[in-house]
Design a protein around this ligand. Structure first.
Ligand code: PGA
Length: 254
């Protein structure tokens, strides 16, 4: 059985002091929960502080982005090697990166390869925009994002994919459990084509987009959904802890 992952994407929120306070608030409760991998992804400047606070605990740390070049004249960017030792995970291809910073599938592919090269575990985010969904293009868009995103990358054992329909992110308009389950099944099928069935069955695929403590149970009851990438609700300690706890309970009950 796949171990669920609940990852909090803090996006561009929290100062270093706020990040530390948030972790301090969540940590004692999160430490009591078994059976779920918990990851928090603060902004770059807080990674070091959060990593120190979570050292030796069950809570893992992730970055929200990286640049694929190892070093050099790329003002403002952060190289994969700079994250080693500070965090274990990295979110790549988030729709906000694609939308506001014009990241395309090719660039995301380079970033996934670069992350794996230094031993970081990528959480590759994919998802269709509202107009793509309404035009009946969901399947085609996801297939392209997965295919190009993983092109020429040998079986990435640590890879996690997050299905995040763009219209569901930060909108309160979450995808239905059935819808998310179906699309995630599709993603697993695409991955099976590239890496084989056994790989696809081992790989964890998360849902993201307005996941909260009120709807997490419904998603976790779905056979294809292995957890969540949580934005807004990951900034409230009580909400995030409740989501992690419910994910653990849901999996135990299956
Ligand atoms: P949300 O964000 O939970 O606030 O919808 C999810 C995400 O963007 O990862």
């Amino acid at each position: 059985m796949r171990v669920p992952i609940i990852a909090g994407n803090w996006k561009m929120n929290t100062t270093i002091a706020e990040a530390e306070a948030l972790v301090r608030q969540m940590l004692p409760e999160l430490e009591t929960i078994d059976g779920v991998e918990t990851v928090v992804c603060p902004p770059f400047v807080s990674l070091d502080a959060v990593s120190r606070l979570t050292q030796g605990t069950s809570v893992q740390v992730g970055a929200q982005n990286l640049y694929h070049e190892p070093k050099g004249a790329y003002t403002g960017e952060v190289a994969p090697g700079m994250l080693v030792g500070v965090c274990r995970w990295v979110i790549l291809g988030h729709s906000e990166r694609r939308q506001y910073f014009h990241e395309d599938d090719r660039l995301v592919n380079q970033k996934v390869a670069a992350a794996l090269d230094v031993g970081l575990k990528p959480i590759l985010a994919v998802g269709e925009r509202l107009e793509e969904r309404e035009a009946g293009r969901t399947e085609e868009v996801i297939a392209r994002q997965v295919r190009v995103g993983l092109e020429s990358i040998p079986a990435p054992e640590s890879l996690v994919i997050a299905y995040e329909p763009v219209w569901a992110i930060g909108t309160g308009r979450a995808a239905s459990g059935d819808d998310a389950n179906e699309t995630i099944g599709l993603i697993r099928g695409l991955v099976a084509k590239q890496y084989g069935d056994a790989f696809a069955q081992r790989m964890r695929v998360l849902y993201g987009g307005s996941m909260t403590q009120d709807n997490v149970g419904g998603y976790m009851a779905m056979p294809e959904i292995d957890g969540g990438l949580i934005g807004g609700a990951s900034l409230k300690a009580g909400d995030f802890v409740s989501i992690v706890r419910q994910a653990a309970e849901a999996r135990r009950g299956q």
